[in-house]
Design a protein around this ligand. Structure first.
Ligand SMILES: [Mn+2]
Length: 328
């Protein structure tokens, strides 16, 4: 996704925190997908400085880890922005909002330890939140059974790009604010949460400017290129022309038809278009007509294979090749 959209996404969040007078904005690591530049930190700090009522707590993830010479290490954030600098569990105490946030930062690209292990909430404040960046084998494995019982009111997870509720109302990944690459499909946004002394309620709110969508288009026997193009156009209009598409054309096509894939990208938002259609031969008829030659024998070898098997595809390709040679 373009950098401009990621910045705009962050601006949206900051505006929202301002409008709704949020107490706390949590950024659970990898605010940057690489080492941040000094001017980028200045921009981010400039954004955060607009917040009058909201504290910001952030940690460094595996992409923006605290390298020895990382600008994170000596950056002078405004007073309500709290950057966790410790690689072990550190407590950010925020008595003004009755909250303590616990978290840790990465000092390298990978770490397989679990800094949260056995670290019970200290109950310094009414609300205690744990922030964990990780969740795969090479980046702080997240075992929900080991975390859920530590006594935190909420566990904010970062690292996995797809938003997901790990323990409903208790532990969740907000996912990337905007999709990071073309395989980052699905909705992206942030989590809005409200913690009272009785409950924690969280809600995922989609906010990304656009979405990567992988979808199939069904082609039918006898469908022409322009019909297919119209169908693709309709699907894109239904799902939103602001999104970016990877489209697989499935089903059958007439053996004589070749789809002109370049002509199908009407809105300029298809990054990949794959023709996976099978030619709709009447194999039984061709076999009968070619009993005594290689074509008939070839088809005979594939007797009984199902239409979505690899053998069927091999048969289609083989028959097509043989028919085309014959025609010449
Ligand atoms: Mn990460």
């Amino acid at each position: 996704m373009r950098a401009r959209e990621i910045w705009e996404g962050l601006e949206k969040i900051v505006d929202l925190c301002g409008e709704r007078e949020a107490d706390l904005l949590l950024i659970a690591g990898d605010l940057f997908h690489r080492q941040p530049l000094l001017r980028e930190l200045k921009e981010v700090n400039g954004l955060f400085s607009q917040l009058e009522k909201t504290h910001v707590v952030l940690c460094a993830g595996n992409h923006d880890y605290l390298k020895k010479d990382s600008y994170y290490r000596r950056f002078d954030w405004c007073s309500h922005v709290h950057m966790i600098q410790d690689s072990q569990l550190e407590c950010v105490d925020l008595p003004e909002i009755g909250t303590a946030v616990y978290g840790f930062s990465y000092e390298s690209k990978e770490r397989t330890d679990k800094p949260y292990l056995g670290k019970q909430a200290k109950r310094l404040r009414q609300t205690e939140i744990l922030m964990v960046h990780g969740g795969d084998e090479r980046h702080v494995p997240v075992k929900k059974e080991e975390i859920a019982g530590l006594g935190y009111d909420y566990i904010a997870l970062g690292h996995i790009h797809k938003p997901q509720n790990v323990v409903p109302g208790k532990m969740a990944y907000c996912g990337a604010l905007e999709p990071v690459d073309r395989n980052d499909t699905g909705k992206h946004g942030y989590i809005w949460g409200e913690i009272t002394d009785k409950s924690c309620r969280i809600q995922f709110v989609p906010s990304a400017a656009r979405e990567y969508i992988h979808t199939d288009v069904q082609s039918s026997r006898g469908m022409s290129g322009s019909e297919l193009k119209r169908q693709i156009k309709q699907i894109i209009e239904e799902k939103g022309i602001e999104n970016i598409y990877k489209i697989m054309i499935k089903g059958f096509r007439s053996p004589d038809i070749r789809f002109d894939l370049k002509a199908m990208d009407i809105y300029g938002n298809i990054i990949e278009l794959i023709d996976d259609t099978k030619p709709s031969y009447d194999f039984e008829k061709i076999k009968q007509q070619n009993k005594d030659n290689i074509l008939g024998k070839f088809i005979g070898q594939f007797e009984g294979c199902s239409e979505d098997s690899a053998q069927y595809r091999a048969m289609c390709e083989g028959v097509q090749a043989l028919m085309e040679t014959r025609r010449d």
